[in-house]
Design a protein around this ligand. Structure first.
Ligand code: SF4
Length: 416
């Protein structure tokens, strides 16, 4: 895979060494067991895959190069580059301004832009409407477009589904930048509707089956369907795509459920299913699949708690939290600073969007066994800071330097 130029302060010597070793010994990515970092009184189980993905590294590389090569020019980001507060703060510090917030609220009117300005399109991509507004101003959007190729793949898949005259059902978060962009691209080719979760898929199924009055659809799915959506006609043939960072099991369950709904409605067989349901696989990206599978692998380890590091508005990170929560007390933090002491942690509850304090989050027994992973937009340096902070609470621990010197050797207390 292509390598990128990412600021060195986002890297971690410890984690780079571990990732390199794991990659060399498992080129086909078949081993999803975590890496054990045995510091003595505290044992860290690090997920096999976590941290910056292809799309994020690509976006960071382009963004910082753009800043470097365009001194004196005004540089804007459409919205957050990626969902990581540190990276966005660093870009702001380098003089980059934001045009919209993550929900699409305008922070600076497009009318104030000129053809001389640079506008970076984030890794999530953007809507066709915004792209044409920028082009009309004379801004060269293609040159500074960091849209991830795995997001573009979803758009291409939508196009194929549309060409075969299916309506596009998008499983995603309606307000998320990526889903807004995908919806815009899908809707340009075919009637499209977004479903957030299984509950909404079940409601959509009621319209497919004629169990709910058509008029109610427009209220219930307000803001989630394309212009001119005709419930009676546009739910007869459907295909499903999804936001690249959804929970794999949710996406599969929704696609299976909608397929069953079509079979029920039209009495289909395997031979005729294609008449009403497009035969496609999910559009999750490789990083989502790897990171979620690595968490499932990590959860087999005997642990006391899990810590997930990432931006609070990061979709892929919240799904890693969701998986960990099924098995263990889980703490979602966006910085090592949220670990206030050995006794107290400030962490995020993404279900109700609040930060809360938990006392006695570390058990008193030793060794304490902690699972750690991070989202696709989280710098490894941040994960290393979290490890350092935790290890620092145990004076008799081995040092990070000792562990780094012998990343995967059992003698060094570290093993795969
Ligand atoms: S999470 Fe996946 S789709 Fe999103 S930027 Fe990373 S590789 Fe691309």
């Amino acid at each position: 895979m292509k390598t990128f130029d990412v600021p060195v302060n986002y890297r971690s010597p410890l984690i780079s060494a571990i990732k390199k070793k794991r990659k060399e010994s498992d080129r086909m990515k078949k081993d999803f067991a975590p890496t054990l970092l045995d510091f003595g009184p505290v044992q860290i189980y690090l997920a096999r895959h976590f941290g910056f993905c292809y799309g994020v590294e690509n976006a960071i590389d382009i963004a910082f190069k753009t800043v470097e090569e365009n001194k004196g020019k005004r540089i804007f980001l459409l919205s957050e580059m990626i969902h990581n507060p540190q990276v966005n703060a660093d870009l702001k510090a380098a003089g980059v301004e934001f045009l919209q917030d993550t929900k699409g609220k305008q922070l600076m009117p497009f009318e104030q832009l000129t053809a001389d300005d640079i506008v970076l399109i984030p890794a999530f991509g953007t809507t066709l409407e915004i792209e044409s507004k920028l082009k009309a101003i004379g801004i060269a959007t293609e040159k500074y477009d960091t849209t991830c190729p795995f997001v573009e793949k979803v758009w291409n898949r939508s196009e194929v589904i549309a060409k075969n005259e299916y309506t596009i059902v998008i499983h995603g978060k309606p307000k998320h930048e990526e889903t807004r962009a995908t919806f815009s691209h899908a809707a340009a080719n075919a009637p499209s509707v977004v479903v957030t979760d299984m509950k909404e898929a079940q409601e959509l199924a009621k319209y497919i089956l004629g169990e709910k009055p058509v008029a109610q659809f427009y209220e219930e799915f307000k803001g989630q369907y394309s212009e001119g959506f005709d419930v009676a006609n546009h739910l007869q043939r459907i295909g499903v795509v999804n936001q690249t960072t959804m929970l794999a099991s949710d996406t599969q369950a929704i696609a299976d459920f909608l397929k069953e709904t079509m079979i029920k409605k039209y009495g289909l067989s395997e031979a005729t299913i294609k008449d009403h349901f497009a035969d496609t696989r999910d559009t999750l990206c490789y990083a989502t699949n790897d990171n979620q599978t690595a968490v499932i692998g990590m959860l087999d380890a005997p642990a006391d708690l899990a810590i997930v590091v990432g931006g609070y508005n990061s979709s892929n990170t919240s799904h890693l939290v969701e998986l960990c929560e099924e098995k263990l007390p889980t703490y979602f933090i966006n910085s090592d600073e949220k670990i206030l002491s050995k006794e107290t942690i400030l962490h995020y509850n993404f279900h109700n969007h609040t930060e809360l304090v938990t006392e006695q989050y570390l058990p008193t027994k030793e060794p304490v066994k902690i699972l750690i992973t991070s989202g696709a937009s989280c710098p490894d340096a941040l994960v290393e800071s979290v490890i350092k902070k935790l290890v620092g609470f145990y004076p008799n621990s081995k040092t990070i330097e000792e562990i780094t010197a012998s990343p995967l050797s059992p003698e060094g207390g570290t093993k795969a």
